[in-house]
Design a protein around this ligand. Sequence first.
Ligand SMILES: [Zn+2]
Ligand SMILES: [Zn+2]
Length: 115
Amino acid sequence: MRLVTTPTQLWRASLCELAVAWGDGHDSLHPVRSSRLACNCAGCVHEFTRAPLLDRANVPADVRPTRIESVGRYGIRIVWIDGHDVGIMTFRDLRALCPCDECSLDSAGKGAVAD
Ligand SMILES: [Zn+2]
Ligand SMILES: [Zn+2]
């Protein structure tokens, strides 16, 4: 699997927003809570069945990262204020979460399942 999209820059735009400048020229602004809800670690998604284990109601509305670390060349690890720090978000996943119209239309066109 070849990674086609990597960020050139990633920074915290505000307490609750994560900004990413992508190598292909795209910029995205992510509400950080959506990244937390998309966590696919073994504690949030069942390892074998992929069933969601995370209770969204337990994720505070103002959840935010205390630290963001890069993981190799393929992703980031976010340390959350609620102590959750085991999930690795790949750049691919991060890009898929881009909430802008362009990307939403893009994934709709590919038949992605809407939440
Ligand atoms: Zn998790
Ligand atoms: Zn986008």
